[in-house]
Design a protein around this ligand. Sequence first.
Ligand code: NAI
Ligand code: MG
Length: 515
Amino acid sequence: MASPKSNGPEAEAGPWKLVMENDGPIKSPIKVKYTKLFINGEFVDSVSGKTFETFDPRTEEVITSVSEATKEDVDLAVKAARAAFDHGPWPRMPGSERGRILNKFADLIQQHSEELALLETWDGGKPLDLVKVIDLPKSISVLQYYAGYADKIHGMTLKMNGAYQGYTLQEPIGVCGQIIPWNFPLIMLFTKIAPALACGCTLVVKPAELTPLTALYCAHLSVEAGIPPGVLNVLPGFGAIAGAAISSHMDIDKIAFTGSTQVGRLIMEGAAKSNLKDVTLELGGKSPLIIMDDFDIDKAVEIATVATFTNMGQVCIAGTRVFVQGGIYDKFVKKIRERAKKIVIGDPFKGGVQHGPQINKIQFDKILKYIQYGKIDGANLLIGGHSLGGKGFYIEPTIFIGVEDNMRISQEEIFGPVMSILKFKTIEEVIERGNKTIYGLGAGVLTKNINVANRVARSLRAGTMWINTYLIIENDAPFGGYKMSGIGREYGPYGLQNYLQVKSVITPLHESPWL
Ligand code: NAI
Ligand code: MG
């Protein structure tokens, strides 16, 4: 997977230089302690004895080998999770006790956040500065948020028709499969496991094969926190093998997934062809960011930069279709070009670096291919467009102008640092064009006019709409996709509903001779 790179586009000199330590990438920053499958509270080898390698995106070198789960391991983990669900203490204990354990888990993540941040950067190439201020705090806070819900899950009393009364029970849905992507390995892990654990479910979790290390580290901390054996099982492995075994398992009650739309479809198929398990999908996007003439141009440039280039563009809600109104278009183009030049690219371990390598060769090649498509389809390259450095999957922040709606760079998810700038005149036009995609994950509008903001917010078909900001995700704000960006919502009370089912209990109020 991390074979040497093919040549990217011809290396025209860009304004960026990779910021490194004097003698190149910072060497093995930490010792990797946990590399085996975590089943029933223990680290074990895989049944087949197979392992796979995880790579450092900075150097393309192997970090370590990790046990590889196949179908047999999934079966063992499901057995453990089933036993823990059917007979174990976790679903039966008072919610307050589960909440206490989850808060302890959050405290342990906090105590080990330095080590976890180093591992996250090493395995995924994410800038350490960002991991420390975003990934770790967000992971901890989502765990605490749902810990607080654990003793506040309850049903309703039903008045019924006079002869009967009833109530509802909110019960944990059962054994859940959860498949995690590589772009935010820790945040996505906790966004999935926190609500499920709060509800009393038991879990079989598959981290992405590209970034398995932090999930295994957290599995170790879950034991210390007091999560009973079998409740949380973590199985590193490949999507087509372990992932497919989870989605088509007859004894898993629910599956939650974040990743590509294409794999989302496979997961739904797996669920449909097995036991019709409940499915939540958080998938791809091609989100519009609409900038009106009246908005402060410097702020707009900042927001657009963050919207596209955060995490090297490996963000499902990246606002990569930047629609700029005619009156400020030329000025905006000039300013965003200068702003992009200031992005600091280099070894993600180095302080001050904002932009590291892409995750792997496949993504690196995909992004460079889309940059070629942009040129072929007739867009103009404003800045960037090249790979950087010898080793490592570094790509320059890239901006195209003169982009048309039907170009591939305007329609397909690139998942890299590539911004498309599109010009528009009227609100009606931009609403129509903003919606012209199969996706509907996020959308943004920047304007001083509240009426315009509200009108755009109501008209764009997207799960999250930002007004005068972008990319903000909070624990209590429901998050998910319209159209082919997914099914269901995470975060907030909606996130809990994914892991509960409701039961009606009905009793007569009077003795009845027949019922
Ligand atoms: P992917 O969708 O293949 O990977 C995400 C997860 O799904 C990984 O854990 C993987 O092992 C698992 N998976 C893969 N095939 C599976 C299968 N048949 N059954 C069950 N699980 C399976 O994404 P990939 O290939 O790493 O990236 C391809 C594109 O997907 C990216 O370029 C990007 O467009 C999109 N993507 C979107 C993400 C998001 O946050 N919405 C995250 C990661 C990728
Ligand atoms: Mg890796």
